[in-house]
Design a protein around this ligand. Sequence first.
Ligand SMILES: O=C([C@H](O)CO)[C@H](O)[C@H](O)COP(=O)(O)O
Length: 210
Amino acid sequence: MELQLALDLVDIPGAKEIVGEVAEYIDIVEIGTPVVINEGLRAVKELKEAFPSLRVLADLKIMDAGGYEVMKASEAGASIITVLGVSDDTTILGAVEEAKKQNTQVMVDMINVKNIEERAQEIDRMGVDYICVHSGYDHQAAGISSFEDLLVLKRVVKQAKTAIAGGIKLDTLRQVIEAGPDLVIVGGGITGQADKRATASEMKQLVSRA
Ligand SMILES: O=C([C@H](O)CO)[C@H](O)[C@H](O)COP(=O)(O)O
């Protein structure tokens, strides 16, 4: 099991500062959607240059033009690019095709997918690398968690790796780990802590044992 740090509410210098503190405890650094909106794919490029041994995920949440957007993020240095599970099959298939050419990977974000079981099976057959259940900020504010959706993914997904994101903190991490995702994505659960390094270290120990 691996740990991904999601950076959402920072600029590029702020992102570098946080990754500098926790780099040894994370496997993947995510350039979150708000960062891409504010800073563009330059944020992906600069983080990859600053931390070449880390995989960088570009959280583009692609909804259309999958091939083109995967190409641009891959050229910027992303190893993994997100596409939305609610998008058209052609968008996901285009993203997968381009990622193969670029030697990068596609993560499908199931945020707001209503029929998780059926859609996860369809997407799993499209050759994506990761399928991620996600309780986004708006769902978190409404008290909605994606834990039950993870159990569904674990039951029906046969090819792709499984991931979970959204509001995971140290006190909920053990329950998440027990469900057995391949990847755990944590943003505020690390970036919002006074001691980010200690929190990331403790989280890394827990996911590494699983
Ligand atoms: O993808 C995310 C969200 O939609 C904002 O872009 C976050 O990176 C994801 O939810 C993880 O962050 P936390 O919820 O703070 O753990």
